[in-house]
Design a protein around this ligand. Structure first.
Ligand code: CTP
Ligand code: CA
Length: 223
């Protein structure tokens, strides 16, 4: 079934959105992951689609419903997410809302590790590729607009500002995810949009409202 694309300010624009966590296997039944519902990424994909964009949604194993009208690519690990992203390029804008695991288990076991009383397993980790930094720093075919997210618990603006410069993306959407804010897993978000023009604080609003505001900014930026 072909889904007719909505007409709007993003008609003809191809936009990548990453979303959800990644799962890094320990063995066939266990994994390590970041906490992520995928709600903000999904809301963003929906908002962009409703404004006419051709959205490719690369998602890890998240609970959130998949965005209708977007082209959905399902992955499990960070390595798979990077590979999928590279296949999707070139795009007009790339939004990295995924909560990518920073580390993977260096040598995942092919068979289930059995529990033995008193014997604790030890895991060796390897660093995962930084997908946002990789795309931000492309010398050829870099998307004209690259947007990252920064979920922080301390010094939100300072950390997110440093992150933007370190990774080389154009914008960072920063938020405070201390448990008492109720943002992780909740339906609302309080974000600050950080660009080369500084930090713009947005009031607390629903994740779908954040998505619509961000989609409007993206449309304005792409012209
Ligand atoms: N990101 C990514 N690939 C990774 C890690 C992060 O693409 N391997 C992206 C996320 O999707 C997000 C941004 O980078 O858009 C920031 O992620 P974050 O975890 O906050 O940054 P890190 O550099 O991993 O720093 P830390 O976890 O130490 O705060
Ligand atoms: Ca991280």
């Amino acid at each position: 079934i072909e889904t007719a694309l909505a007409e709007g300010p993003l008609t003809g624009r191809r936009i990548l959105v990453t979303s959800g966590p990644t799962h890094e296997p320990i063995d066939p039944v266990r994994y390590i992951a970041n906490r992520s519902s995928g709600a903000q990424g999904t809301a963003l994909a929906r908002a962009l689609t409703s404004m006419g964009a051709d959205v490719v949604f690369v998602t890890g194993p998240a609970d959130a419903d998949r965005p209708v009208g977007a082209h959905v690519v399902e992955v499990e690990t960070a390595a798979e997410m990077l590979e999928a992203v590279q296949v999707v390029l070139p795009v007009d804008a790339a939004i990295f809302a995924a909560a990518v695991a920073d580390w993977r288990v260096a040598t995942a076991s092919d068979s289930k590790i059995k529990k033995q009383a008193g014997a604790l397993p030890s895991l060796d980790f390897a660093e995962n590729p930084d997908i946002l930094a990789t795309v931000s720093q492309m010398t050829e075919g870099r998307p004209p607009l690259v947007v990252g997210f920064a979920a922080e618990t301390d010094d939100v603006i300072a950390n997110a500002t440093a992150k933007r410069l370190r990774k080389g993306c154009d914008w960072i959407v920063a938020n405070d995810v201390r448990p008492e804010t109720g943002i992780m897993g909740g339906s609302e978000n309080t974000v600050t949009l950080i660009s080369d023009e500084g930090a713009e604080h947005w009031p607390r609003m629903g994740k779908s409202e954040v998505a619509h505001h961000l989609a409007e900014r993206i449309a304005k930026q792409l012209g």
